[in-house]
Ligand binder design. Structure first.
Ligand SMILES: [Fe+2]
Length: 279
């Protein structure tokens, strides 16, 4: 690439970053998630926590479909492997430290407060009890929620199902720019701090109810997001300058639609908790 072409590419990347700032990061689900703000500060009741857990479990389970589609629709073998890392880890393959990592994880650990947040599933150990969904089941049990009360579409509200379907359509799309845009949006939503807000609300619920719910599922996801946020810019550059056909317009458009979907989910929970207080 000539010097002139290089500086043109760099300045168009800067313009792209500006667009992300104004068109994605300004989305209300990132800047002003009312349900999560309320949840963190208001000591939710048991009914609130039950509703939240049920809807979150539907999302967690349906996410496996979206992630499987991401594997199937991957644009190249590297993308396919990246998608498999997430899918296999969700299902219970504990990350194994890469040679370069300092952290080491024992293949026998299944507790979310102990198992690693980095490494690879390649050569990792599968444990049923390391599945994220099983952590969630474990969390939900003291609330009186069993396997049959959770995870399936029949217990999802229309808002939750609309979000899950958008996730499958966009995040799992066979159009590389669409799936990348939706993935980027989901990462930035997750890095905006909602896990910390959920943990804060659940900790105050534990204190007020005396139930001692196991928050490992939430703590593990919060830790992985903190670590992931640090890699986001490098990944974005790889996408933009990488070998795959990248369409900026589709990327941003898909990101925005994905964030709209996320907002439908949280708004659904927000309406449920407000309606309960009116009735
Ligand atoms: Fe997960």
């Amino acid at each position: 690439m000539t010097q002139a072409a290089l500086s043109h590419a760099v300045s168009s990347f800067d313009l792209f970053l500006d667009r992300l700032k104004t068109e994605l990061f300004s989305h209300p689900v990132i800047t002003d998630n009312r349900y999560c703000t309320w949840f963190a500060g208001a000591a939710p009741s048991k009914d609130d926590v039950v509703d939240f857990t049920r809807q979150f479990s539907v999302f967690s389970n349906q996410f496996l479909i979206a992630q499987t589609q991401r594997v199937i629709n991957a644009a190249n073998v590297e993308e396919m492997r990246a998608a498999k890392e997430i899918l296999a880890n969700e299902l219970g393959v504990v990350f194994r430290a890469r040679q370069s990592d300092t952290q080491s994880a024992s293949g026998d650990d299944v507790d979310p407060d102990i198992v690693g947040i980095e490494g690879t599933v390649d050569g990792g150990t599968f444990r049923f009890r390391a599945a994220h969904y099983e952590w969630l089941l474990h969390f939900a049990a003291p609330l009186g929620l069993g396997f049959g009360d959770l995870g399936r579409r029949s217990v999802g509200t229309p808002a939750t199902l609309a979000f899950c379907d958008e996730l499958i359509r966009l995040y799992g799309s066979d159009d590389f720019s669409v799936s990348a845009g939706a993935g980027f949006a989901v990462e930035n939503w997750a890095a905006a701090g909602f896990w910390k807000q959920l943990i804060a609300g659940l900790e105050s619920f534990n204190t007020s109810s005396g139930l001692d719910l196991n928050l490992g599922f939430f703590r593990w996801h919060d830790k992985i997001e903190d670590q992931h946020a640090a890699h986001t810019m490098a990944e974005l550059k790889d996408l933009y300058f990488g070998p795959l056909d990248f369409d900026e317009e589709s990327f941003i458009d898909a990101g925005r639609q994905m964030l709209d979907g996320v907002q439908v989910f949280w708004n659904g929970l927000d309406e449920t908790r407000k309606l309960r207080r009116l009735s």
